[in-house]
Design a protein around this ligand. Structure first.
Ligand SMILES: Nc1nc2c(ncn2[C@@H]2O[C@H](COP(=O)(O)OP(=O)(O)OP(=O)(O)O)[C@@H](O)[C@H]2O)c(=O)[nH]1
Ligand SMILES: [Mg+2]
Length: 729
């Protein structure tokens, strides 16, 4: 405790010297050694004992993380390192590698300026390596590379010194290829190069590392490293080349401080006026400017309540400050400000721009919120997640008396984890929890029981489909119950390029109108349509094509509500809709506002859309996952037939030595229980991982059965509804 206390004081002293600060994330494919590496940095800063570094896994402090041996939550820690006679404050985020928790990586990238990409020397660059790099590049976060587990090359693969160097060179080449593939332009700036010091090699478990820079300093080169490992004397190597020193060298020299970084990052993550006061203050990382805090994480503390963690781009945070949270007209009052020391949060007086801060009291904040002292600050760009929740369970409270509490707890967990979707279908009474994968939901289930004290039963995983149309229909007339208002709506498929823009967050209703129109035109949309976009719900759009309709403006909000209701639960099976374009072509409204209230307009619009979708060759889309398998050649056949037996397809196969890399894809519905089946088919010799691969049409012959199944589960009549169930024809 004493050490930590002293550390807090040193952290505090450095907070207002941005040149001495590095905000970094540790990112990698699962199991490549991020948390082990972080241990080394903590030991180097004197926060954990040197003997335990590499095995304590200090940042995996949660019971469940320890049990499963993986990181589940991104964890922050602030520490001070002395380097070449100067002190530096390193605010570090250790991120999880499992795809199910990929959202945490995305959010962490918003908070940091640099990333240490860790790659296992034996496995090389893996699918998640690519994903995390892509996220870093998207946020304009600078990467450096740490090739870990070099000891495995020597002791497990038994390579000689020369082959070791060739293999390490290959790892670097492959990572560079990934960067180049994402952006030629970025590649010029960010090419990783051992010679200029942006790559280090080592073994986090055995606490040593080398880089070309450090070779010059220590006189230890690849041949010496090889010999130490061969002689089983990595302890001596760790004394000569301690990992934390080599890494600090790379982090401090090659990753930008907030002053340098914010100039480059602010234009990417904030689209307000760069010449405005706040624009200039953020670019300059001005501690005397207005407060601009981007919330990247919400956690709950049993004592302090909700804690919002985020990156402070401008101003200084202080207790008692009143901040506006994302456009809310009221302010929230900050109760405490602090920094994270791993699992502990330590209060400080104030935190200036350029740091990662934890605050309590921002009641209205959710992940992605902008908290600011300005009443009308243009908010930060939304954080969009690379993956979508594809696996769902229905949850129920074990005891009836817990029902109200369950709803509150579900609301809470979805606030803490934006990759989790909670849907409470009032019509069917179902509480659905949708997440990134089976593990994600299991972990959330435990959290609800363990931390929130509500016992639940969860169904077997179910797949959530999307309803879409493949044809056109309309105009369909929707009449209000009093028959005084009529809406005419046309239905057709939305251009796929536009669906992509919506999903990636590049098109929103919040953005500048002209900018939106230009982007849509670029994506191939018709000019009048691009101009007329009135609302977006899920990835469906409503376009107002009418001209000069009286009272339309004041009724539009209700029309949009009908549109949202119809598209969040589609007419065929109450699954969300995707990729549907709805054109409002004519409207007749009663002149008296009393006769065109919510109870009239909303159902009329909703029903017209529901009927229209059913008439426009409605079908279901199902979620797919890419499945990457690494398997020894003699077990390849078993792995392939596991994929093919699940309506899957093999996309690519590459051979390296005795190992085959299989890239394949399969529907999520086929992948339940895959882990166990693959294990038996390959005698446990296959390594595998998955990645979200978007939605594809369900084969027509499966449609009736799947719809029936969904409807039965939801307690709806099993047959597919007809348009006449929604509008009279
Ligand atoms: N041989 C060897 N094993 C290592 C090395 N670094 C880490 N490991 C082992 O690899 C496993 C995973 O290490 P972690 O540090 O938990 O990996 P991680 O990247 O944090 O994993 P996730 O957070 O779950 O993605 C552990 O069993 C470590 O002991 C290394 O340099 N050499
Ligand atoms: Mg970890």
């Amino acid at each position: 405790m004493g050490v930590k206390k002293k550390m807090v004081e040193r952290v505090r002293d450095l907070m207002d010297q941005p040149e001495q600060i590095r905000n970094i994330g540790i990112v990698a494919h699962i199991d490549h050694g991020k948390t082990t590496l972080t241990d080394n940095l903590l030991a180097g800063a004197g926060m954990i004992s040197k003997e335990l570094a590499g095995t304590q896994l200090f940042m995996d402090s949660d019971e469940e993380e320890q049990e499963r041996g993986i990181t589940i939550d991104a964890a922050n820690v602030s520490m001070v390192h002395e380097f070449e006679g100067e002190e530096y404050l390193i605010n570090l985020i250790d991120t999880p590698g499992h795809v199910d928790f990929g959202g945490d990586v995305t959010r962490a990238m918003r908070a940091v300026d640099g990333a240490v990409v860790v790659v296992d020397a034996v496995e090389g660059a893996m699918p998640q390596t690519e994903t995390v790099l892509r996220q870093a590049l998207k946020e304009n976060v600078t990467p450096v590379l740490f090739v870990n587990k070099v000891d495995r090359l020597i002791n497990e693969l038994q390579v000689d010194s020369e082959t070791m160097q060739i293999k390490l060179g290959k790892v670097i080449d492959n990572v560079n290829k990934l960067i180049k593939g994402m952006s030629e332009e970025k590649y010029k700036e960010w090419r990783l190069d051992a010679a200029n010091g942006t790559v280090a090699f080592g073994s986090a478990l055995y606490n040593w590392a080398i880089s070309v820079t450090y070779m010059k300093k220590s006189g230890i080169g690849f041949n010496e490293v090889f010999q130490y490992c061969k002689d089983n004397d990595m302890k001596a190597l760790a004394e000569k080349c301690p990992l934390h020193e080599v890494l600090n060298d790379m982090i401090i020299k090659h990753l930008p401080n907030p002053l340098v970084s914010q100039k480059r990052r602010v234009p990417v993550i904030w689209h307000g006026d760069a010449d405005s006061e706040i624009g200039k203050q953020m670019a300059a990382c001005d501690p005397d400017g207005d407060v601009a805090l981007m919330v990247t994480k919400i956690t709950r503390d049993p004592h302090a309540g909700e804690i919002a963690t985020g990156r402070l781009f401008s101003g200084t945070l202080q207790r008692g400050q009143e901040l506006y949270v994302s456009g809310s007209a009221k302010t929230d009052r900050i109760q405490q400000v602090g920094v994270f020391m791993g699992p502990e949060r330590v209060d400080v007086e104030k935190i200036p721009a350029g740091n990662i801060a934890a605050v309590t009291g921002l009641k209205s904040a959710i992940v992605g919120s902008t908290a600011t002292s300005l009443r009308d600050m243009y908010p930060f760009e939304m954080i969009t997640h690379a993956s979508e929740p594809v696996v769902t369970v229905a949850v129920e409270a074990k005891h009836m008396r817990d029902l109200p509490k369950l709803i509150e707890v579900l609301r809470q967990v979805s606030k803490e984890d934006p990759t989790l979707q909670v849907k409470i279908d009032e019509e069917t009474g179902e509480h659905l929890l949708a997440g990134m994968g089976e593990l994600h939901l299991e972990v959330i289930g435990h959290r609800i029981e363990r931390d929130k004290g509500v016992e639940i039963t969860a169904s077997e995983p179910i797949v959530v489909y999307r309803e879409t149309v493949t044809g056109r229909a309309g105009p369909v007339e929707g009449k209000s119950p009093n028959r005084h208002n009529r809406f005419y709506i046309e239905v057709e498929p939305l251009e796929l390029s536009v669906v992509d823009l919506i999903k990636s967050g590049e098109i929103t209703m919040r953005m500048d109108k002209i900018e939106r129109r230009d982007k849509l035109l670029g994506a191939g949309m018709d000019k009048d349509e691009a101009k007329g976009i009135t609302a977006i719900s899920e990835s469906n759009i409503l376009i107002d094509m009418t001209k000069g309709v009286q009272y339309l403006r004041e009724t539009m909000e209700l029309i949009i509500e009908g549109f949202v209701e119809a598209t969040t639960a589609g007419p065929m099976s109450r699954e969300p809709c995707q990729g549907i374009k709805l054109r409002l072509v004519d409207v007749k409204l009663h002149e008296d506002a009393v006769h065109r209230g919510p109870a009239q307009v909303i159902p009329a619009v909703r029903q017209a859309i529901q009927a229209g979708i059913l008439m426009a060759d409605v079908t279901l889309l199902e979620p797919f996952q890419k499945v990457f398998i690494q398997v020894p050649q003699d077990h390849m056949g078993g792995a392939i037939s596991e994929i093919q037996g699940r309506r899957g397809a093999i996309l690519n196969m590459t051979q390296e030595g005795d190992v085959t890399d299989i890239e394949s894809k399969a529907p999520v519905s086929g992948l339940f229980g895959f882990a166990g089946d693959l294990r038996s088919a390959t005698e446990g010799r296959a390594l595998w991982s998955t990645e979200f691969a978007g939605f594809e049409s369900l084969p027509k012959n499966l449609l009736p059965d799947v719809v029936k199944q969904i409807r039965t589960r939801k307690g709806l009549k099993p047959g597919i509804p007809k348009p006449s169930d929604f509008v009279s024809q």
